[in-house]
Design a protein. Sequence first.
Length: 344
Amino acid sequence: MKNRVNYIDNLRWITVSLLVLYHTAMAYNTWGEANYIFFEEVKPIASVVTFISPWFMPLMFLLAGVASSYSLRKRGYGAFLRERLVRLGIPLLLGILVLTPILSYVADVTHNGYTGGFLNHYGIFFTRFTDLTGYDGGFTVAHLWFLAVLILISVLSVGILRLVRLSKVILGILLSVLAISTFDVRFGGKPLILYLCVYLLGYYIFSDREFVDRLSRFKWIFVLAFLAFSITNVTLFIYVQGYETLNTICNYAAFATAIPALVSLGHDHLDFRNRFTAFNAKISYTFYILHFPVVVLCQYAFWVMGMDHILGFLLTVVISYPLTFGLCYVVDVVKRRKWFETAE
């Protein structure tokens, strides 16, 4: 535990916990995304997604890059890659077999009127390959794409780390420019170059405690800029039309300022550990994997009951948090009793 960077752990689990709110709000988006279940367009709720979207996943990959710098020092390249493949690969495969078919089934029922049972739909899931979102009831990895991309980036980064021998200043500038310039360059619907860049920024730059110490001196400048750009981005995207160029600039700027702002806040205010934070840090990946099926099943139950949509939103958030934490606790107990083995 002495080798843990507490504020990195705390930033990760707090960021992951936002996903319950984020994915619940997706059922009310205003930009026409089907999601696994959709109720109605509600602008204030959709604003939650728009506020979080520019920086959430980049921050997750940056924090993973910071963590990898400590892991590599401890394990070396070979052991690091084996640990990544086991710790991320096994949950990815289990999630595809057990969890993502649930999301696809709910989508087929609510969007297409599918009337068969879940077990029958299980065969459809593994034979219907369309856009891979699963919104039409077809195959999807859903939110588990993060694990697959993190495995890929971990492998690529090892090769890059062995070959690249530039100074940190030059690397920091190059990676920052490349990350911002490829913010909307997507492969398979994901900005993979951006994620690789911020992962490497985490490894090379943000793992340096002296750098983060200096960065945090400008904390409130970054925080104010982050809030200003994010609020403007939400306003232009959700409530005001006709300012696409300005909206794009604010979207990019929200991402660029969020990373230093949130890391600085974490450095100054989250560098501590207690039983609660230690447990949440320990289960952060498990929480990520389990939260989405919990959210969608809650929303599906309220859809079947014909509950008022706004009340359903509030109840989904209220129920999904403790239910997901409870499931994470059960998984943690199973792991500690070694009923099955997984790498830590």
